[in-house]
Design a binder for this molecule. Structure first.
Ligand code: NAG
Ligand code: NAG
Ligand code: NAG
Ligand code: NAG
Ligand code: NAG
Ligand code: NAG
Ligand code: NAG
Ligand code: NAG
Length: 559
């Protein structure tokens, strides 16, 4: 059944694509610019397309109004058919979507968009536990599998322009160490796409924050830490979520400084979100500036935020509303104004692809007190090695609930503090993107890491079964060899998985999860009226706190 439906879907798409009715052109990157197949410059003239998920505005731990659920905008053929004429009226050639579910069928939406000449920029992360957590960053098998699962689901379509490996993971200078994990995600995603001969680009979408960290952040994500001018860990597409042009602003007032900061940038840069909503309605006078002669040497267009209604502390960012039954679309003045601006754009065709400078990958920014990311990246997560660890550990996390997100942080806290009391540490599962130190088990998923520390505690107690219970969350592994410790298991299973390699797709029947729960859409808040913070990087808060303590102190002492 599973195999059959997958084949059937692939067949349908193949038939469609070879029918000769239409084929959207392939976009390629040369250095810092994008080009159409005919060598003319390609600009992203786009709109964000993601219905907002559930947001708990009362949660004090959710200052960025990050949603806890998501609605896959490319899985509902009725909604896509309803919206396509409006996307066409707007005159967009690209949409950005923030969360998709790889197990759903996207054929109808993707084909309709392709026929209309519309590319997609797809964020690979999901909210809650499907993204790199800015407070406890790690690059782990569960995230890699989630990313690969989405790439596999979309690899048959001809209109995926790029995949984003993160959105606003870093929001302040003190969070820049997380970039080591974002860069590793870009590296492994790029290697996977190359192994599948996919032309899709790899991107990141950054908050337009403090000047002390945004330029080095951009340079770090596009640099070569080995100093060999290699792009293997570089993003192709840097997105800035920029809301600095409000109302009747000007290039000088809103964009000149940022444009100067990116004057020498080596890969493509664009606005992954834009559209300050104060004053309202929006007049979108930034559009002619963004596609004008002062901007195009640096920027390759942008994504206006947002087609769907999008509430935030800074007000409403949507451009359409729907009838109560969802069947019809009402456009707003924002929509009408953006439509007029977008339809008046004519692209400046310089440079041509043949005269574009070749890609170059400079060395990376040096670490200092405000830029914390190490040039030593974490390893590629290995499903096989982590599955080996899990299968051989003496005590295994065996939750009685399917919602492990709810308990895993607490259990890390418990296990690590018990280990601390025994004079041991949780360093083997910790990852420090600032020191460039990555514990042996740090690239495994949270469940395996928990089994690991539970096993260490069990072994420190002479394998007393009570020490593996954790109030009913742990089970002694009958298959474990009693003379082999958790650390020996890890050393042996992970001995060939400590470096960088082309990631392998998770086996469809294997134990390792390739899909995540939770979900997202763009999430917003605004400190200042014009500054939007979006993020999807929330996760295991309990772990976050534990690791922050561990790393900041340089030692693990939890007596
Ligand atoms: C950065 O500083 C803010 C404000 O002091 C704090 O809330 C946040 O947890 C810090 N983040 C990290 C990753 O240390
Ligand atoms: C922008 O400037 C134009 C021309 O001066 C003016 O007509 C319009 O009212 C201004 N709009 C806003 C929102 O400031
Ligand atoms: C698809 O979208 C339509 C229009 O909003 C809505 O009525 C319908 O419930 C959606 N279907 C699913 C399965 O969500
Ligand atoms: C830290 O390094 C970054 C990147 O090289 C640089 O932009 C920034 O000015 C430096 N900060 C300090 C305090 O030296
Ligand atoms: C899982 O538990 C968390 C924390 O208790 C809760 O917020 C979330 O809604 C739960 N998720 C599901 C799918 O039940
Ligand atoms: C598992 O651990 C959680 C978190 O500490 C705890 O609430 C729960 O009672 C434990 N036992 C079971 C069977 O879930
Ligand atoms: C998120 O947590 C759920 C269970 O709570 C799990 O099934 C899923 O695999 C996790 N996703 C990721 C990407 O870790
Ligand atoms: C994806 O869709 C499937 C099928 O409807 C559902 O079971 C699963 O929970 C969804 N995954 C996420 C992450 O929402």
């Amino acid at each position: 059944m599973f195999t059959f439906s997958r084949l059937a879907a692939a067949f349908t798409v193949a038939t469609y694509l070879s029918s000769g009715v239409h084929a959207i052109g392939k976009i390629t990157r040369s250095g810092r610019y994008l080009f159409n197949a005919d060598g003319s410059r390609f600009y992203i003239k786009g709109v964000a397309y993601q219905e907002q998920g559930a947001v708990d505005t009362s949660d004090p731990n959710n200052p960025f109004l990050e949603p806890s659920t998501f609605i896959d905008p490319l899985a509902n053929s009725t909604a896509c058919a309803r919206d396509l004429p409006f996307l066409q009226q707007l005159g967009v050639n690209a949409i950005r979507v923030y969360s998709v579910n790889s197990s759903l069928n996207h054929d109808s939406c993707m084909q309709a968009l392709s026929s209309a000449g519309i590319y997609t920029i797809i964020d690979l992360s999901l909210p809650v536990n499907g993204s790199i957590d800015r407070d406890s960053p790690a690059w782990t098998t569960n995230l890699l599998d989630l990313y690969i699962g989405t790439i596999n689901a979309f690899s048959k379509y001809d209109n995926v322009l790029a995949y984003n490996v993160g959105n606003e993971v870093v929001t302040a200078t003190n969070g820049t160490a997380a970039l080591a994990f974002v860069k590793a995600a870009a590296r492994d995603t790029k290697a996977y796409l190359t192994s599948k001969s996919s032309p899709a680009l790899v991107g990141y979408a950054a908050i337009n924050g403090d000047d002390t960290f945004v330029p080095p952040l951009a340079n770090y994500l596009s640099c070569d830490p080995t100093g060999k001018n290699s792009g293997s860990s570089a993003i192709d597409l840097f997105g800035l979520n920029d809301y600095s042009w409000c109302g009747n602003s000007s290039f000088e007032a809103a964009y000149a400084d940022t444009t100067n900061q990116f004057a020498g940038y080596n890969v493509v840069a664009y606005f992954s979100e834009y559209g300050c909503n104060s004053p309202s309605p929006r007049i979108w006078t930034e559009v002619p500036a963004l596609f004008g002669s002062q901007a195009v040497p640096v920027w390759s267009g942008g994504i206006a935020f947002s087609y769907f209604p999008a509430e935030s502390a800074a007000g409403e960012f949507g451009m359409v509303t729907f009838s109560p039954d969802g069947s019809t679309v009402q456009t707003s003045t924002d929509f009408t104004n953006l439509k007029a601006q977008y339809n008046a754009v004519s692209f400046i065709n310089t440079p041509s692809q043949s005269s574009a400078p070749a890609a170059a990958y400079p060395s990376c920014p040096q670490q200092n007190t405000t830029f914390l990311a190490s040039n030593t990246l974490p390893p590629t997560p290995s499903d096989a090695a982590c599955a080996c660890v899990e299968s051989k550990l003496s005590c295994q996390f065996n939750p009685q609930t399917s919602n492990t997100t709810a308990i895993i942080g607490t259990l890390f806290g418990t296990a690590c503090s018990l280990l601390g009391a025994k004079g041991d540490t949780c360093n083997d599962i910790a990852a420090d993107g600032s020191a460039g130190q990555y514990g042996l088990v740090s690239a495994c998923d949270p469940s395996t890491k928990l089994s690991y520390v539970m096993s260490e505690y069990f072994e420190a107690n002479n394998r007393d079964p009570q020490a593996c219970s954790f109030a009913g969350n742990g089970t002694v592994n009958p298959a474990a060899v009693s003379s082999v410790s958790a650390s020996q298991v890890a050393s042996s299973c992970l001995s060939t998985a400590t470096g960088t390699f082309v990631p392998v797709a998770p086996s469809p029947t294997g134990g390792s999860s390739s899909q995540s729960s939770g979900g997202s859409s763009p999430s917003h808040s605004a400190g200042a009226a014009t500054a939007l913070l979006t993020s999807d990087s929330r996760g295991l808060m309990g772990v976050a706190l534990m690791f922050a303590i561990s790393i900041a102190g340089g030692i693990w002492s939890l007596a």
